[in-house]
Design a protein around this ligand. Structure first.
Ligand code: V47
Length: 370
């Protein structure tokens, strides 16, 4: 491999990877631009295997969306409806949302992942009632709900500070924040694709506050549209700097842009090679984040399996009722069973481990006897 890394112009970076040294901004850009994708993937896999060997995590989770009414106008979004009277707009009652969890009675779910549109017409109690209701139905379930963008919206809309919102939601049962809403932090891109929601600094500030009160969070990046490689690296390094401060990020999730049914539909979706490279470079640059998640709904099952050899060690979960990606053209199933996920991890040559949201192992799947 040494000769191949040298031919790829990556020998110096390979030396740093072997020594466990931190990579720089310029090295990040070089990794995105290096023609030999497999050399980049090989380096990321070294780190992945050093941290996790062949272990690959997944969880048994349920996606919920209470409303798609959203006052933000992100150009990439196929899910949101600006006002309640728009065709396809929906807002469930608290009881209707709770019924979705009740319908899963008996399933060993460990997590509810809920994100919503920024609905200007609901009281704050709608969200606290949702959290309290979900916890009442399943006291042990982990509630990973509301992106940093939603937290910032709640603060502005209901006249609270970001910290007050986090504390009041935590009081009602919120356990952690998902990573959505990050898109690309660079103002040049954010002004174009999501100009009217919280900016990158506020996203990071909300995560910092959440970490400060003991909540763990995930972070994402929406890639494969109008961003440059330097803007991708900038995004990753801002997350790395936050993690140096707080250690509160659990997982980074690259999200591949899907062009159907949104205002960026003229752009092509990023190719699988870009997705593999994105996971690999994230693994290489985010030396202080434990987990890189290949979200199979976003990148497709086969590419997610391959990403397990390009730096990723997590596949998210069973998901069950996903809509954001399916409205944007994802052709993956909307749910997988835990048996399906275990099998596809094994088929990829890795070792499945069922985790909870905080990465405690809840089950080590056994190989069926044949
Ligand atoms: O914030 C929306 C993205 C995100 C499109 O924290 C799109 O564990 C591609 O954040 N094409 C929501 N992406 C999903 C998300 C997530 C997913 C899995 C796990 C976790 C976690 C978080 O989806 C949004 C936005 O960045 N998105 N529309 C689209 N057309």
């Amino acid at each position: 491999m040494d000769a191949r890394l040298r031919r790829a112009g990556l020998a110096d970076i390979a030396d740093k990877v072997e020594a466990g040294a931190r990579l720089t901004f310029d090295e990040g850009v070089r990794l995105f631009e290096a023609p030999d994708l497999f050399a980049v993937g090989w380096l990321a896999n070294r780190i992945r295997e050093r941290r996790h060997a062949g272990r690959t995590y997944f969880n048994h989770n349920l996606r919920l969306e209470a409303t798609n009414v959203c006052e933000a106008s992100c150009l990439f979004c196929s899910f949101a409806r600006l006002t309640p009277d728009k065709p396809g707009a929906h807002t469930k009652t608290v009881e209707q949302v709770l019924d979705r969890l009740r319908a899963r009675d008996g399933e060993p779910l460990t997590e509810v992942h809920m994100v919503n549109g920024l609905h200007p017409g609901l009281p704050f109690s709608y969200y606290t009632d949702l959290l309290r209701g979900l916890k009442r139905i399943r006291p042990g379930i982990h509630l990973k709900c509301f992106t940093a963008v939603e937290i910032a919206f709640f603060a502005d809309h209901y006249g609270k500070t970001d910290l007050q919102v986090l504390e009041e939601l935590r009081e009602a049962g919120l356990d952690s924040l998902p990573g959505g809403g990050a898109e690309i932090f660079a103002p040049r891109v954010r002004r174009k694709i999501s100009y009217d929601k919280c900016d990158g600094d506020r996203y990071l500030a909300v995560h910092r506050l959440a970490h400060g009160i003991g909540m763990r969070t995930n972070a994402t990046m929406l890639y494969g549209h109008i961003e440059t490689m330097a803007e991708r690296v900038d995004h990753l390094l801002q997350l790395r700097a936050l993690q140096d401060e707080t250690s509160g990020l659990q997982a980074f999730i690259p999200l591949a842009f899907h062009p159907d049914n949104n205002q960026m539909r003229k752009l092509p979706a990023p190719p699988a090679t870009d997705t593999l490279r994105m996971h690999a470079v994230a693994r290489l640059l985010l030396d202080n984040v434990d987990h890189i998640k290949a979200y199979w709904i976003s990148c497709g099952v086969e590419v997610a399996q391959t990403a397990l050899w390009f730096g990723a060690d997590d596949l998210d979960g069973t998901v069950q009722e996903e809509t954001i990606y399916h409205m944007a053209g994802s052709t993956t199933p909307t749910a997988l069973s835990t048996a399906d996920i275990e099998q596809l991890i094994r088929d990829a040559g890795r070792e499945p481990l069922e985790r909870d949201t905080l990465y405690n192992v809840v089950r080590v799947p056994q190989l069926a006897h044949v």
